[in-house]
Design a protein around this ligand. Sequence first.
Ligand SMILES: [Zn+2]
Length: 115
Amino acid sequence: MSSDNIQCPCGQTIEDYSKYHTLYLKKDLGEIDILCPNEFCYLRELGFLKFEINDSNKIEFHKGRFYSPFVTWNATRMSEEKTVKELRKHLIDITEKLVSWEKVKQDYQQKEKEE
Ligand SMILES: [Zn+2]
């Protein structure tokens, strides 16, 4: 078994950012969950992104990170150095390429109006 790829503790290989699923929480304004692509995964949530939409309608990215069970699992399989490097890349790619920010913006504004 190759340990070149990031893997979820459930056994699901995650070759790159495009494999993740994201979940925009309608209840929790400004948070996106990063999910394992395996729908039977017992962890499900692998990380999160936090952001805000400011008054000039711009996304302000606050932070994003992966949860430690996922990070530790990979650090044990690969090396900690490689894991940190790979996951940082995944996180940037998720933020820049995977999340449909226009859609998120619309939902955010709609939700704000309701409150
Ligand atoms: Zn999983």
